[in-house]
Each structure stands twice: as C-alpha cells, then as structure tokens.
Design a protein. Structure first.
Length: 395
C-alpha cells in the first residue's frame, strides 16, 4: 500500500500540544512560583519543559518529509527557494517579536527620549526560539533534500554533532560543557555584541545561539527521517512498531552518551538530541496509535486546531504577553508593611494574576499554573475559531 497520500492527524495534534506547551511554560503567573516539571533544568539535565522545543523541531523535520514528497525528495531551485524564503520570514518574525513594542516601556528619566530609544534598540536580542527554528529549518531542510537517502542523512546528522562537540572541546576552556567554560556564548557575543545576547544565566549566553543550530538541525534531520519512515510504511500499525523501536533505541543512546557528553538543552548537546528525539518518536508513535489507528481524534481536536496554526499562535501569545506585561500598566497607591503610603507600577498581567488566580488559589504554584492554563486556553479558543473558519496562516 502506498502511504504517500495518507494523512497523519497525530502530527498536527503533537505539533499543537507542543505549541500549547511552549505557551504554558513561557507564561506562568509568577516566575518564582513554578512546579518543578515546568521549570527548565538549571544547566545539565532534562525536565519535561526541556523537551518542548526539540519536539517542535522534530515535528518540523517530519512535516518537511511530507511537504516535499511531491518534489521527489530532491533539492532543486523550487524547494531551495521555498526553504530560504520561509526561513527568512520566520527569522524576521522572531526578531520583530524581540523588538516589540518597538519603544522603551521603562525609560530612564535622566535620559532624553532619543537616548532611551537608542539604548532600547542597542539591546534588542538577536536570537530566540523562532530564529533558532528558522535556521534549523533552513540547514536541516537543505541537507535533507540534498542527501535524500536515510543512510546519507544519518551521516549528515553525525557530521553536525561531531562538528558541534569538536568546536566546544577545542575552543572551550576548563569544562567545555559548563556555563563558564563553553565557547557557544562567546561565539554569539562576537557575532552580535554582548548587549544583543540573552543574559538570563547571569552572563552573556544565549540558549538559542548560533552553535546550537548544528545539533538543532540534526534534530530536524531526525524528524525528517522518521517522517520518511511513517510516510513509506506499508500501514500505520507497521509505522507505530518501527517508531517505538527507534524511539527506545534513541532514548538509550542519549542516556549512554550522557556518560561522556552531558544532556544539556542550552548547549543542545548530541546526548540531548538523542534523548529528546527518542521521547519525540515515542510520543508520535503513541499518538498515531490512539488517533490515526484507534480513531480517538475528537478528544484532541483543540490541539489539532492549534497544530494547523502553530507559529501564528506562538507569535500572538508572545505579543499578548509583552502587551500585558510591559505596555498596559498603571500606578497604584499601596500601604507598605511599615504603614507608609507608596506608589507602585503594576502591569495588566500582574493585576490579572493577583485578582483572578491569587484570590482563588493563593500566591503559590497552583495559582501560577492557573494563570498559565488560562493563557493557553485563550489561544486554544483562537485556534478553534480559525479552524472553524478554515483559516490557516502560514509564513
């Protein structure tokens, strides 16, 4: 049976659940009140939250296998042009999202508007989630369509991972996989400047930096290979059996490799690539079984709807978060613990969290999770509305 025409709804559902997971972990009510599974690992290690991003890149590769099947899986001017154009649009969208709302929302009163604006423009982060997706989509897509055969793609994946580790080991200092000793952060600082790099680790280090594009692209190639397997399988049950086997082997490879190369998301190490890839494959197999074989599609319908407009949902979630957190804010008069009256600036997001979540569940992990779930629900409803209107927004 030729399965080129078969549609795997599980891919849409898993993509939608992944985007919902991205929105969930990016928008807690309070960053100091988060359940452990919803936190990233501090450095080495992998929590459920650390699996969200590689799931998406894996699905990007799997979907690419289906979308380029009509071109004979070969690299030509048409397919290359499509890859370059879409990658550029996704990268630009991510950069604009970083720059939004395009003016300083907390200006320094000692500086003029022009000076504040120059400082704002001069500190916009260059890389980010969408930028990493764009570059991995381009590199992984070009290699997949150029190499074509699974064996050659496997060699391409190995070459990317070897090059990644070689750069870390040769140019790193001390422990090349540590926050202090890795070369990845220095590469981004050299390329973009220190002010344009993420500083969430207490220093200039971007977890979506340039070096990780190598192994991130390997994740896309992994997904592309798996997409080819399920696309060409004799039937969906056979595809599930193959996926479970490959997924478990990948998990095992990641764990064994971690003895020598730690599982690390910020660096996107090869052990992390195999470990997260293994979970991606196992989850995809599980979803194909329940949705495409057992027909349990209806209960996953909201996620399928989001999976058809994934980047739009992610971008809109980012815009709303910045609007509520930075743009819409006002001054309130409060009584401090020492009974003095003070004025404080409060954002719309803080007001919603305090009045909707803290009032019901308290300023704790449950209240913080409630806010995040409310946030996800907004975009699930939006995705369902777009689905009902047969609107699919693509870049």
């Amino acid at each position: 049976m030729n399965t080129h025409s078969q549609r795997y709804v599980a891919l849409d559902v898993l993509r939608g659940m992944t985007v919902a997971g991205m929105i969930l972990v990016n928008n807690p009510g309070s960053w100091s009140k988060i359940f452990a599974p919803l936190r990233h690992a501090s450095w080495h290690g992998c929590t459920p939250t650390d699996l969200v991003f590689p799931f998406f890149l894996f699905i990007v590769g799997a979907a690419l296998s289906f979308s380029f099947a009509k071109y004979g899986d070969g690299l030509d001017a048409k397919s290359l042009g499509k890859l370059v154009k879409r990658s550029a649009l996704i990268f630009l969208t991510g950069l604009l999202l970083n720059a939004f709302p395009f003016y300083p929302t907390s200006p320094d009163s000692a500086l003029s508007f022009g000076e504040n604006y120059i400082n704002y423009i001069g500190s916009i982060r260059i890389m980010g989630v969408l930028q990493r997706i764009a570059l991995c989509y381009l590199v992984g897509g070009v290699l997949a369509l150029w190499l074509r055969r699974p064996g050659k793609i496997a060699i391409g994946m190995a070459a990317l991972m070897i090059l990644h580790v070689a750069i870390l080991v040769i140019f790193g200092s001390g422990d090349p996989f540590s926050l202090e000793g890795n070369i990845s952060g220095s590469i981004d600082v050299a390329l973009f400047g220190e002010k344009h790099v993420y500083h969430g680790f207490g220093r200039a280090f971007d977890p979506e930096g340039i070096l990780g594009v190598l192994t991130g692209s390997a994740t896309v190639l992994f997904g592309y290979t798996i997409g080819g397997i399920i696309r060409k399988a004799s039937n969906k049950s056979d595809a599930v059996a193959k996926l479970y086997t490959i997924g478990l082997l990948s998990l095992g490879a990641g764990v064994v490799m971690s003895i020598f190369i730690p599982i690390n998301k910020p660096l996107w190490t090869p052990s992390y690539m195999f470990y997260a890839g293994g979970w991606s494959i196992v989850m995809l197999a599980l979803f194909i079984y329940f949705i495409d074989i057992k027909g349990k599609e209806k209960i996953f319908f909201p996620f399928r709807a989001m999976g058809l407009n994934p980047l739009f949902a992610f971008v809109m979630a980012g815009l709303l978060a910045k609007t509520l957190g930075r743009v819409i804010k006002w001054t309130e008069t409060v009584v401090a613990d020492d009974n003095t009256i003070r004025e404080t600036t409060i954002s719309a997001s803080s007001w919603i969290y305090r009045n909707c979540c803290v009032e019901l569940l308290g300023n704790n992990e449950f209240g913080s999770l409630m806010y995040a779930l409310m946030y996800v629900a907004i975009f699930l409803v939006m995705a369902i509305w777009l689905y009902k209107k047969n609107i699919i927004i693509k870049l």
